[in-house]
Write a protein that binds this ligand. Structure first.
Ligand code: FMN
Length: 390
């Protein structure tokens, strides 16, 4: 069973991602992990922090001579900013006068709810862990999941569908997403350059006004075989697992599989993907008229591309702060301001890829098993032959 979790705080010494359950013998490329970390740091509308941090991964365990050895993997990413915070956030008692309090909780952040829950007099420790800096560790272990999926021919990428009021109007083909993700300079990772210009204008508007903006990313998993996930238990459904994985990302407030939202407002005849034969796909000779289901029916992948969207609320930290209350005096004050991004949709898409990759890798290992890559790939090939003979 593939298990994963993360540790680390926004201004602590480092972030660590843990991943257990990968078969032995999987080739690991640190360059690939670092490239994924770089992708998470890109995008127009990011704050100053992205300029001081160039994230790099250090593998502490589980990989030797370039391959997994079946033991749990720990990946560490240093916070380069730590040198400026050692005295403000020491592990030992330190000097309380140097602590950086977050005295007025920011609406839209975990600040107030977290302070109430953990009985903190102010929100510094809440902010430190609730911050989306944590997604760095997810992207690092997600890169390992992507490497496993690649061995099975599955690729996972994302693109931006909307920022504020600007959006792409139709389904974007896989080849266009590959081209967009391959760019060396990332603006907003939108595959349609005209829509991307409108999206940039949305970001410019909030940069001017001290506001912030949200949007929608879509993660696409290409070449997913039919048969991952199942309807037999509620928590084994692939759509349920993907929804939880994407919803777990900071600022994501809605998840859509395929054309789920418009489907709810449309008649069945316009939604369901009619079935044909002899059209052919990589896995079987069954074909589909379109892919409104986003590659999942009855909680099982159906052999079409898996498409899942994350809807992000606007960033909660505003340069023109919203109203709040001082936690010490209870007097009305403006919310605290910490250096912040104004738009993170492309980066959230990269974190979304990591979550989709981890979810698909877990489902694939549940289906194909294997303690070594030789065994996993042999089982996978056997299943592909079974599908061809169906
Ligand atoms: C990649 C990424 C980067 C983020 N950067 C910021 C940021 O710089 N400033 C901010 O206020 N919120 C940022 N957020 C969103 C907050 O982390 C999030 O809104 C907050 O922790 C509250 O959680 P919730 O929105 O899920 O309720 C970011 C989210 C993501 C996915």
């Amino acid at each position: 069973m593939l298990k994963y979790f993360t540790s680390g705080e926004s201004h602590g010494e480092a972030l660590v991602g843990f991943l257990s359950g990968l078969p032995a013998g999987l080739e690991v490329s640190l360059d690939f992990v670092n490239h994924e970390l770089w992708r998470r740091q890109q995008g127009y509308g990011r704050g100053g922090r992205m300029k001081i941090e160039r994230d790099t991964a250090r593998v502490l365990s589980g990989v030797r001579h370039g391959k997994t050895i079946a033991s749990p993997i720990a990946v560490l990413i240093e916070n380069r900013d730590w040198k400026n915070w050692q005295e403000q956030l020491p592990v030992e008692h330190g000097n309380p006068e140097l602590h950086k309090r977050v005295a007025s909780p920011r609406p839209g952040h975990a600040d107030l709810a977290g302070a109430l829950k953990y009985n903190f007099p102010e929100a510094r420790y809440v902010l430190e862990r609730a911050s989306a800096r944590e997604t760095t560790a997810r992207v690092a272990i997600g890169a390992l999941a992507k490497m496993l999926l690649r061995e099975l021919g599955i690729e996972v990428l994302s693109h931006v569908v909307a920022i504020g009021g600007a959006q792409v109007s139709c389904e974007v083909a896989w080849e266009k997403i590959v081209a967009s993700c391959g760019r060396e300079e990332v603006l907003l990772n939108c595959a349609d350059s005209e829509a991307e210009a409108h999206m940039k204008a949305e970001v410019d508007k909030v940069l001017r006004t001290g506001d912030s903006v949200g949007g929608v990313f879509e993660v696409v998993a290409h070449n997913v075989p039919p048969g991952l996930g199942t309807y037999v238990q509620w928590d084994e459904r692939l759509d349920a697992q993907l929804a939880a994985a994407i919803m777990s990302l900071q600022a994501v407030k809605a998840v859509e599989i395929g054309a789920g939202v418009t489907a709810a407002y449309s008649p069945g005849s316009a939604v369901h993907d009619e079935i044909g034969y002899e059209g052919g796909s990589r896995f079987t000779r069954f074909s589909r008229a379109h892919n409104n289901a986003g590659g999942i029916e009855g909680g099982i992948s159906n052999g079409q591309e898996v498409r899942v969207r994350g809807y992000l609320k606007p960033i909660s930290t505003l340069r023109r702060p919203l109203q709040s209350v001082d936690l010490a005096t209870r007097e009305p004050v403006k919310a605290a301001y910490e250096r912040s991004d104004v738009c993170v949709v492309p980066a959230a898409g990269v974190a979304g890829e990591a979550m989709v990759a981890l979810t698909l890798a877990r489902c694939a290992l549940e289906k194909f098993g294997g303690d070594s890559m030789t065994e996993t790939c042999r089982n996978f090939q056997g299943y592909l032959e079974q599908l061809k003979r169906f």
